[in-house]
Design a protein around this ligand. Structure first.
Ligand SMILES: O=C(O)CCC(=O)C(=O)O
Length: 286
């Protein structure tokens, strides 16, 4: 069998996502978790954003509050051999190639953490509107570093929403990073929870509408998120999480041809915040 079963490929095409166990080995998972635990402890000691990415923004982004905790690591693949190896050389990479290959390149990566007690939630959006490309063969691979449950703020995806086209993230001339209120209400109603064991990966279409609730449990919820595209999909806007590895071919070969399957694309704002959590919190009344 290939990296994904025919049923998993079919679920991706039909629903816009599929959950695949065994996306990394036990050893890889242990290495990723150990590194993350050390970063989280360091963040706890420092109590404020730290580190720098290629554009000068913070690599380690902390959730504000009485006890700031780590909520985002921007492009861990740039500072960790373990994360870089999983991004480029793992069963997860093969799974992505099964969906949009044979020629696949890396766009950016991040870790989203919801430590116990952190109120971090993700408002509903499509990734494509943050990272528009010339075609929609773009996949977000979300590797579960912890078991993901209903209680600890699991991902929620609206099945089939990848077929509905792009939904604006701009309201009244402002980039909010969130779909309009009425669309979000309906999305919350229709979304399906994605739960599973650490080491599984959710492979999600770039146009799938998704979000997630706050962690209301004593267990952490961490995701290592890698965005990949087909080699002939080219970005139409600067990356919101710029990486010096952007464009690295991880499977097959590079493309001299850009494939266009979109006639019109709304572009995002080039925001200066260290993570989209602050952008999403901008909407008036939030
Ligand atoms: O962390 C999550 O629950 C979802 C992540 C996400 O939607 C994103 O980073 O685009």
């Amino acid at each position: 069998m290939g990296a994904l079963s025919p049923a998993q490929c079919e679920a991706f095409r039909r629903d816009g996502y599929t959950l695949a166990p065994g996306a990394v080995t036990a050893g890889q998972l242990a290495a990723l978790r150990a590194e993350l635990a050390a970063w989280a402890a360091d963040a706890q000691r420092r109590g404020e954003n730290f580190g720098k990415t290629v554009d000068g923004r913070a690599r380690f982004d902390l959730a504000p509050g009485p006890t700031p905790t780590l909520r985002r690591v921007n492009n861990p693949v740039e500072v960790s051999d373990a994360y870089r190896a999983v991004m480029a050389e793992s069963a997860m990479t093969d799974m992505v190639a099964a969906l949009i290959g044979p020629d696949v390149k890396f766009h950016h990566s991040k870790i989203n953490l919801k430590l116990p007690g952190a109120a971090t939630e993700v408002r509903f959006h499509q990734d494509f509107s943050y990272t528009p490309h010339t075609n929609a063969d773009v996949v977000t691979a979300l590797l579960l570093l912890d078991d993901m449950t209903l209680a600890n703020g699991c991902l929620r995806v609206v099945p089939g929403s990848q077929r509905d086209g792009q939904i604006s993230l701009w309201q009244e001339g402002r980039f909010t990073g969130v779909v309009p209120e009425d669309v979000e209400t309906e999305a919350r109603r229709r979304a399906r929870p994605v739960t599973g064991p650490a080491g599984a990966a959710c492979l999600m279409h770039t146009l799938a509408l998704h979000g997630s609730d706050a962690n209301r449990s004593p267990a952490p919820r961490s995701l290592f998120i890698c965005v990949y595209s087909a080699a002939d999909a080219f970005p139409l806007a600067p990356s919101p999480v710029p990486s010096r590895l952007e464009g690295q071919v991880v499977r097959g070969q590079e493309s001299r041809v850009a494939r266009l399957d979109v006639a019109e694309v709304e572009l995002p704002e080039r925001y200066i915040e260290s993570s989209f959590f602050d952008v999403q919190a901008r909407r008036s009344g939030d």
